[in-house]
Design a protein around this ligand. Structure first.
Ligand SMILES: [Fe+2]
Length: 227
């Protein structure tokens, strides 16, 4: 495994064509037009959030190492065309993001690794084989425009299956100034604690903290029960 590097524009492959522009050609499930009204954000049943969970998240997030949205392993760059995670990261660099504005604390836990407070959230989503991501975005940082590759889900479940995989994003704290989440053309703000959203597969989304307090998110990924 090669070591992680902070990507700069000079690291972009020669003649780099953005992953976003390829997705515009490939993904017929969306119009990729910011001027068109759409229904990308699908609001789900609220998740019950306990004070214990909030207290846990506040202290636990201080222990999570910071990840940089524009960093990747050098070796991964060689197969960027087939690795959608790297494609999205290269796009961040291509669109001008740097290690100075794309930091987040992000811990991914399987249900087995989760404590009872997190297990309770996972179970409320009714997703099968689910895992949970615990995310903190500090003021001044963003998770840039990307779509999910479900890498942890696939690794945990030893599965290449994407069909029926769904991510539910939960806001464990009520909205504060400068906290913005966007799914497709839908901008979400002013949420109450426990609000929960999902979106169609491959739909682009982002998170912004232009505020004065940390933004916390929970991302539960698992199989939708279509039965
Ligand atoms: Fe995402």
């Amino acid at each position: 495994m090669s070591k992680s590097v902070n990507l700069k524009p000079s690291d972009l492959p020669k003649g780099y064509k953005s992953h976003l522009s390829m997705m515009k050609e490939r993904d017929s499930s969306w119009h990729f037009d910011p001027s068109i009204k759409d229904h990308s954000a699908i609001k789900l049943k609220d998740i019950k959030i306990s004070k214990d969970l909030q207290d846990f998240l506040l202290s636990y997030c201080e222990t999570i190492p910071v990840e940089i949205g524009t960093s990747a392993r050098k070796g991964d760059l060689e197969n960027y065309k087939s690795n959608t995670l790297i494609g999205n990261k290269l796009d961040h660099v291509f669109h001008g993001y740097t290690e100075h504005n794309s930091q987040m604390s992000y811990e991914r836990l399987s249900r087995e690794e989760s404590n009872p407070l997190l297990k309770n959230v996972i179970d409320q989503t009714n997703l099968k084989n689910a895992s949970i991501g615990i995310i903190k975005v500090s003021p001044g940082h963003v998770i840039p425009w990307h779509y999910d590759s479900y890498v942890f889900y696939k690794k945990t479940n030893n599965s290449k299956e994407e069909h029926n995989v769904e991510r539910h994003i939960v806001f464990p704290f009520s909205w504060h100034w400068g906290h913005i989440y966007q799914i497709g053309n839908n901008v979400i703000s002013n949420w109450e604690e426990g609000e929960c959203y999902t979106w169609p597969m491959f739909r682009y989304h982002l998170a912004v903290n232009a505020g004065v307090e940390n933004l916390y998110l929970l991302a539960i990924t698992g199989l939708r029960d279509d039965s």
